[in-house]
Every structure is written in structure tokens, then in C-alpha cells.
Design a protein around this ligand. Structure first.
Ligand SMILES: [Zn+2]
Ligand SMILES: [Zn+2]
Length: 193
């Protein structure tokens, strides 16, 4: 692993600013790596990790800085549960640990650094210093990934019978014998104008 400040510099660059959420996300990912016993996630161990993140907030941006898991490599997966939580999966040993930021972490930060008035500064300091157990809970979990969810998997590409757009393997929906994309099957998040 790199020195903590190296991760902080990389996270600030990627995220656009430094904030308490970044520090918490870095700590969360480092804790996940420690629990899994992975010490070189962006080098020697780079092909053995998949990370699920559960919130679209600052902490999420910091996690791939440590794990090297990127969405474009199919190694970072987003499940919008609105929780400051992430699951780190070791594909090699088929183990996974879910790490959750404790709701009490803000109160802990306040108790540790009452002299710092600015909340963000207070939490940034405290989230560097507090032990993992004061910031996070953890649970060992089982994550089952289909072959199409693994990084590097190559499957056939289908074409939607409705809109004609290409779809990667296993994201298609078959309805009444027709191959449809998820949008045409009713999961559209946009309305064509
Ligand atoms: Zn932020
Ligand atoms: Zn379609």
C-alpha cells in the first residue's frame, strides 16, 4: 500500500476537492484491503478485486483510488442503496467483506476534535486518526457474480428488435421470443422527445 498522504493527493485530484467523505472513503477501502489481506491492489493483485459501492457521494470517488477498481473495467459496481458502504470481493479466494461507515462517526469526530469548529475540517482530522473499529462495521458476505459480471469477460452482442441498438451479453430481455434492450422492455429512465 502507498502512504496515506499519497492516496489523499490522488483522491483530491480525481474528485476535484478534498473533503471528509474522501478521507472516509480512503479509510474504508484500506480497511477492506486489510481485511482481505490484499496489499497491492493496483499492482500484483489488480485482477482479483471487484468492489460494490452503495452511494453516489464523495466517499465513493475515493474508493477506486485505493482499490484500482474502475467501472470501465467492470470491477466497480454501483448499487444505489443510499448507504456509505462498500463490498470488497476477492475473486481469487472467493471471499467478500462489506464495510459500512458508522452513523456515530460524526459524533466521534466531534468528541475527538472539539477544538476544530469547521465540521469538514473536524471530520477530516478525525477520520485520519480514529481506529477502523470506531469508523466502520464489517461483515463477511457471499457475493455471487455471473460470468458476464467478471472483469474481462467477453460475450456475444445482441441487437434490440425494437430500437436496433446493440446490447452486451446478458443485458438483453427476451419477451415473446423477441430480444429487447432493457429500455424497450420498460426500464427506460429517459423519455424520447
Ligand atoms: Zn467531496
Ligand atoms: Zn431497444
Amino acid at each position: 500500500m502507498k502512504p496515506f498522504d499519497d492516496y489523499v493527493a490522488l483522491a483530491e485530484q480525481a474528485h476535484g476537492h478534498m473533503c471528509a467523505g474522501q478521507i472516509l472513503g480512503l479509510r474504508m477501502a484500506l480497511y477492506g484491503m486489510k481485511l482481505l489481506g490484499i496489499d497491492d491492489p493496483t499492482g500484483r493483485d489488480r485482477k482479483r478485486l471487484v468492489t460494490f459501492v452503495e452511494i453516489d457521494r464523495c466517499a465513493t470517488d475515493a474508493i477506486p483510488i485505493v482499490t484500482g477498481c474502475r467501472m470501465g473495467k467492470r470491477a466497480l459496481k454501483f448499487r444505489d442503496f443510499g448507504k456509505v458502504a462498500a463490498t470488497f470481493c476477492d475473486l481469487k479466494d472467493d471471499r467478500a467483506v462489506r464495510v459500512v461507515a458508522l452513523e456515530t462517526s460524526k459524533a466521534r469526530a466531534k468528541a475527538l476534535h472539539p477544538e476544530i469548529a469547521d465540521k469538514n475540517q473536524q471530520q477530516m482530522c478525525a477520520y485520519r486518526e480514529l481506529p477502523d473499529e470506531d469508523l466502520f462495521s464489517r461483515q463477511w458476505v457471499k457475493v455471487t457474480l455471473g460470468p458476464e459480471e467478471f472483469p474481462g469477460y467477453k460475450g456475444e452482442r445482441r441487437t434490440c428488435a425494437e430500437c436496433g441498438e446493440g446490447i452486451n451479453f446478458k443485458r438483453e430481455v427476451v419477451r415473446d421470443g423477441r430480444v429487447l434492450c432493457k429500455a424497450c422492455a420498460g426500464e427506460r429512465y429517459y423519455t424520447p422527445l
